[in-house]
Design a protein around this ligand. Structure first.
Ligand code: MG
Length: 457
């Protein structure tokens, strides 16, 4: 049986040709257009939405279909072409659009694609608004325009430079340029390569780019985790460069490899960015429940407060706005700086890391080693809602001594670490995350969950 299309707060995600196709995308475009018309009913001018896509070969097909749906609801479309997710976020605000659409399935395998929605503030819709859009889609309650009111499509090829200029404003371009950093960039043949190569050139870096054809043919499994980045690590080591950067296919996440070719883990991306920002200015930090305690340690050094949220970019961005945070993001390598936009942005993460290296004169390995480290384990297993519930119920009975937080999934806090169990918003899987003072303890908690899974399956 075909798997059900996933419609969540993050948008729509599915497998092309199986449960995601042009007619679904067109109707989803109609639904989003209808929602925007109702929400901006007081605006006199024709509403505009910008549409971008990552490098998957199904991207042009889905982008055209969503565009057709939006135009049929009387919404003008600005076609951004091949762009990163954060670029689309920047362009929504730059062009004063009432919304944005990004065609991407982020780090999912190549057979997937998705439709991610942004509102006029550049953020994903909050839960209530996402539910309204879903209902319009399911009820086919579309407000379609008459012939004379069908809107048109224009192309915009300026987005790379506009995004780059915004990121350059948050660092000292001349200081970074003076260092002449040597960099290896792995963009996994996603949307990140063209803009990031240009960006690194503007920062005076000598860049060796690998997997830099935005063909959508992912050279390795796209999630920027250690096991997928062995080639990058080897090249960094062999070419004697200062740092290696790896992006996911829509370039909102960044993983870092140090000058010795050591994969340092995505958790350090936000930790390094936070360290730099807090060293300059006092302010609060927002991050999700699944992010490492390193953030608390760094914030503690500067007397800053950490606000923890449910997992998901929109939750973090929302907390950043409400608490006026000066930096935020997620431990999966996603850094948010509101001066650029409320979207996780690998260009922001690259800029802040290079700035930290340039200002301190330290190697990336030294900067990493200065941050107190923990052992973190991330695992996942296939689980529908029913199995996930059985695992959570059994875990509650097993870890009776732990402090429980149910903001998102279930988090158990122990004296020697924490364990988070949550289902994914975009795939039928359950994620296990644990962090402890040492490797053995972290492995022990993962093992306990494995045992529970076997017992309840
Ligand atoms: Mg992504």
């Amino acid at each position: 049986m075909a798997q059900e299309l996933i419609i969540s707060i993050s948008g729509v995600r599915g497998i092309i040709g199986r449960n995601l196709n042009a007619s679904i995308a067109a109707e989803y475009g109609c639904a989003f257009g209808t929602f925007l018309k109702r929400n901006f009913a007081d605006r006199k001018e024709t509403l505009t939405v910008c549409v971008g896509r990552d490098s998957r070969s199904s991207g042009p097909m889905l982008a055209s279909a969503v565009t057709a749906g939006l135009c049929s609801a009387g919404i003008k479309v600005v076609d951004l072409g091949l762009v990163t997710t954060p670029t689309t976020g920047v362009m929504v605000k730059h062009l004063d659009c009432c919304g944005g659409v990004m065609i991407t399935a982020s780090h999912n395998p190549i057979e997937y694609n998705g439709i991610k929605l942004l509102l006029d503030n550049g953020m994903a819709p909050p839960a209530d608004k996402a539910a309204q859009i879903k209902q319009i889609y399911l009820n086919k309650d579309f407000a379609l325009a008459a012939s004379k009111d069908c809107a048109d499509v224009t192309l915009n090829m300026q987005s790379y430079q506009i995004h780059i200029n915004k990121v350059l404003q948050i660092v000292d371009k001349y200081l970074i340029t003076s260092k002449g950093f040597k960099v290896v960039l792995d963009s996994v043949n996603g949307a990140g390569a063209p803009i990031t190569k240009k960006f690194l050139a503007e920062l005076g870096c000598q860049t060796i780019a690998i997997n830099d054809e935005p063909s959508g043919i992912f050279e390795h499994t796209p999630e920027p985790t250690a096991e997928n980045l062995t080639a990058l690590c080897e090249i960094v080591k062999a070419k004697n460069v200062d740092i290696g950067f790896a992006q996911d296919p829509d370039a909102d996440r960044l993983a870092i490899v140090d000058e010795k070719g050591r994969y340092i883990g995505e958790e350090y991306t936000l930790a390094l960015a936070t360290k730099y920002i807090l060293s300059k200015k006092n302010g609060s930090v927002a991050t999700n429940l699944a992010t490492s305690r390193m953030i608390d340690d760094i914030a503690g050094q500067f007397g800053s407060k950490v606000i923890r949220t449910a997992v998901g970019e929109a939750n973090v961005a929302d907390a950043m706005i409400k608490n006026n945070c000066i930096i935020g993001g997620e431990g999966n390598g996603g850094v948010i700086d509101m001066r650029v936009g409320p979207v996780r942005d690998s260009l922001v993460a690259i800029a802040l890391t290079l700035q930290l290296m340039a200002e301190t004169g330290k190697k990336i390995s030294q900067l990493v080693d200065e941050i107190p480290s923990y052992a973190m384990k991330k695992e996942k297993f296939k689980a529908d809602g029913d199995l996930a519930k059985r695992v959570i119920d059994a875990a509650k009975q097993k870890f009776v001594e732990a402090k429980i937080d149910m903001t998102d999934g279930i988090r158990f806090d122990f004296d020697d670490g924490w364990l988070l169990l949550r289902t994914s918003n975009t795939e039928p899987i359950m994620r296990i995350m644990t962090e402890a003072l040492d490797e053995t303890t972290a492995e022990k908690y993962v093992g306990e969950v494995e045992k529970i899974r076997c017992e309840v399956t």
